[in-house]
Design a protein around this ligand. Structure first.
Ligand code: 3HC
Ligand code: NAI
Length: 700
């Protein structure tokens, strides 16, 4: 039963019951219409209350249904709302909690609305690259005013019901109940009170005007243009709300909204954002770890190493109210680490993002130590010491001696073999990788590295904890670089070859930035430090002597050009500044290198640059999937969207490849493999991608 029907004396109550959030899929829509028909036929029923079971009144249209035949099948949301509006008896929406998208549109079709304080109210369709498509853009401005409505519609942000109830003259809520608990009784009482009211009030009959008309909408259009970057939906939200004020009648406004909605539904941007919505939620689920796996209690965290990563990692837990003890080898290192944490918090206080008392409360949760004895009562200990197997061995052997039984032992290693690290303990089942990204207090991504023996409850605990500290966690198996860095290496390899063949760092960066990355590979590595990659390449040269890459990166480091920190990298920088200026010295170094290699430079198109950079990610991603390092392609997309700046509206590399068509991607890879200056082995398409392309499928 997706819509339960009960009669309480002279009031019928229809309870939406389609877990998890009462999405308005076909069965639920049919359920509402059937229940309304029952109440219509029952002469004893004088009024109807529509409410929701569980955690939501309704989270809106069922997004899973988009693009399926059911989404078009009658009764659609429009016809349900029309049935509600034309009903002969009063219908009251009783909103106890989340009321979003189509759920709010349904409520706006009801004759009355009673809400509990603190309900989450939103028209969040814009976050899916859409606009409200069941009258939201036409009805919301009529009840809270054009400006408040447009703010909500163009940003998709949720507003608590009690704040909306304070808008002067608002007609969104007829009553706010004393509490969520008292809402059912108060809604019934309200329904009885209005049982005989006629004519029944309809939002569609309310006027909708803005005193400044066109001038206001022009201003709004400029505002969203700045915010929306490459997304078409926010500007269309402005158009739709404007139509509410300019259409000859309500129906005409609805038609405009419908047309705009349908156009957006078929844009690649909306498909990408919808993919992102589900991929984000799916990432937290591990196929062989059931959601009811018991979790360990994490009440205190230990962090080893107060360097670049240790400080940022600690801040995540302090922010979530979890006490942290940081351990170091020397007092100076501890002092430096703590000073950095303070500096970060103080910058937030200065910007007004953090209250002083909260800052102090967080610092009060932090303790420091030079002795492992102080980690004895920690439930989770995260190691963030030098990237050296010998040092990791020292740390984990010691942890094995001192940590309490059942404590989770995590490593933040970015390249080392987690299974080997786990083998330094007698409890490999308790060892897991927690690979934070720098700056660890800011970046959303957390790669959770699953060792061969990592216990399921350890994984379940870390995934739940990640949510608590507001990270997007993605599980990766053990391999060099895990998901993100293993793929970025292919991308950097291509960036180097592009220089060898005739491009400049500026051209490569410009092309990929135009595609949507916030920073191209050369500006990015200048920021991170060219010396880091140099050290890795030196190590790899021993392990993989046949590895092919452009030697320009090594030549750059030999010139001492490590990036922003030395005011010179692929670009020139004024001391202490971040503006990248093209460098004549670097361009000359690249030209000399080409000459030395006997390469005649050619003009390379921006399209080729983008394809080579992005498809190199795709092929490595496909191999990662094939090897089971990632369990779903959406996980790889989440890594790139949250950790590497892949443009959101393109949905991540794997989703983007599907949009281009895997057949086309494979053809391009074959073409690139024939380039004598490239790495034919790296371009050999993975079996997975070839099979999917042949079957006309995508990764999803
Ligand atoms: N349709 C289908 N499934 C939905 C859904 C929806 N509208 N909203 C949430 N879900 C699912 C999620 O996929 C997730 O499923 P899973 O457990 O299988 O992974 C489950 O509900 C729980 O979601 P969350 O983990 O996000 O739960 P929270 O409690 O943290 O948040 C929420 C609940 C606030 C409702 C949040 O899920 C949300 O913001 N949902 C999106 C709401 C939305 O965008 N609505 C607009 C839909 S489009 C529309 O209505 C078009 C109309 O104008 C015509
Ligand atoms: P860092 O050099 O800034 O800090 C390391 C800290 O560990 C130093 O303060 C050092 O005094 C301390 N330390 C060394 N040996 C120790 C020991 N035996 N006991 C206690 N403390 C000890 O290094 P960073 O950048 O913070 O890296 C730490 C780890 O995080 C490495 O494994 C690295 O690969 C990983 N990592 C680094 C990222 C980055 O961008 N810097 C990103 C993701 C992971």
């Amino acid at each position: 039963m997706t819509a339960e029907y009960q009669v309480h004396g002279d009031v019928a109550v229809i309870t939406l019951n389609n877990p998890p959030v009462n999405g308005l899929g076909l069965a639920t829509r049919q359920g509402i219409v059937d229940a309304l028909a029952k109440a219509e036929d029952d002469a004893a029923v004088k009024a109807v209350v529509i409410t929701g079971a569980g955690k939501a009144f309704s989270g809106g249209a069922d997004i899973k249904e988009f693009g399926t035949p059911q989404s078009l099948q009658d009764p659609n949301l429009h016809s349900v709302i029309r049935t509600v509006e034309n009903y002969s008896k009063p219908i009251v929406a009783a909103i106890h909690s989340v009321c979003m998208g189509g759920g709010l549109e349904l409520a706006l079709g009801c004759h009355y609305r009673v809400a509990a304080p603190g309900c989450t109210v939103a028209l969040p369709e814009v976050k899916l690259g859409l606009l409200p498509g069941a009258g939201g853009t036409q009805r919301l401005p009529r009840v809270i005013g054009v400006e408040h409505a447009l703010n909500m519609i163009a940003t998709g942000e949720a507003v608590p019901s009690d704040m909306l109830a304070m808008i002067p003259g608002q007609k969104l809520f007829d009553k706010l109940s004393a509490s969520a608990e008292s809402l059912p009784d108060e809604a019934l009482e309200f329904a009885r009170k209005v049982a005989d009211a006629r004519p029944l009030p309809l939002v569609r009959n309310l006027p909708c005007k803005h005193p400044q008309g066109e001038a206001y909408f022009q201003f709004a259009r400029n505002m969203v243009k700045g915010m929306a970057k490459n997304l078409p939906a926010p500007a269309k939200c402005v158009d739709a709300v404007q139509a509410a004020t300019t259409s000859r009648n309500f129906e005409e406004g609805l038609m405009t909204e419908r047309e705009l909605f349908l156009n957006l539904m078929f844009t690649p941007e909306s498909r990408s954002l919808r993919h992102l919505f589900f991929a984000e939620r799916a990432a937290s689920k591990i196929p062989d770890v059931p959601s009811d796996t018991p979790k360990r209690d994490i009440r205190k965290v230990g962090v080893i190493g107060a360097g670049t990563m240790g400080g940022g990692i600690s801040m995540n837990f302090l922010n979530a109210g979890i006490p942290v003890t940081i351990l170091e080898t020397r007092q100076e290192a501890l002092d430096r680490g703590i000073a950095t944490i303070r500096k970060n918090y103080e910058a937030q206080v200065k910007k007004g993002k953090l209250k002083t008392d909260k800052y102090e409360a967080r610092m009060a949760l932090l303790s420091t130590s030079l002795s492992y004895d102080d980690l004895k009562d920690c439930d989770l200990i995260i190691e963030a010491v030098f990237e050296d197997m010998g040092v990791k061995q020292q740390v984990f052997s010691k942890l094995d001696e001192v940590a309490r039984q059942g404590a989770i032992l995590a490593s933040n290693t970015s390249t080392l073999d987690l299974n080997k690290i786990a083998s330094f303990t007698r409890r490999p089942q308790d060892v897991v990788g927690m690979h934070f990204f720098s700056p660890a207090n800011v970046m959303k991504l957390l790669e959770v590295v699953r060792g061969e023996q990592t216990a399921k409850d350890v994984l379940a605990t870390v995934m739940a904890l990640a949510k608590k500290i507001k990270k997007t966690a993605v599980v990766s198996g053990v391999c060099d670089g895990f998901i993100g860095n293993r793929m970025i290496e292919r991308y950097s390899q291509q960036a180097g070859f592009l220089l060898d063949e005739g491009a400049t760092p500026q051209q490569v960066d410009r092309a990929i930035e135009k595609f949507g990355f916030p920073m191209g590979p050369f500006r990015m590595i200048d920021m991170a430090g060219n010396d880091i990659g140099w050290a890795i390449r030196k190590r790899r040269a021993v392990e993989q002597p046949d590895m092919k890459y452009s030697k320009t990166a090594d030549l750059l480091c030999e010139m001492g050009r490590f990036g922003q920190k030395t005011s010179a990298g692929w670009y020139d920088y004024e001391a202490g500044k971040r503006d990248a200026q093209p460098s004549a010295v670097v361009n000359k170094m690249i030209e000399d290198y080409r000459q030395q290699q006997g390469i005649t430079p050619r003009k390379i198109s921006d399209d080729e640059i983008v394809q080579r950079l992005v498809y190199s990610l795709v092929n490595e991603g496909a191999k990662i999937l094939e090897e089971g390092i990632a369990s779903k392609s959406g996980d790889i997309d989440m890594v790139y969207l949250t950790g590497y700046g892949f443009p959101l509206w393109r949905g991540g590399p794997m989703h983007y490849a599907g949009e281009v068509g895997l057949f086309n991607v494979v053809q391009a890879m074959k073409r690139f493999a024939r380039n004598p200056h490239d790495d034919a082995k790296a371009w050999k398409p993975s079996k997975l991608i070839v099979d999917l392309a042949a079957a006309g499928k995508t990764f999803e």
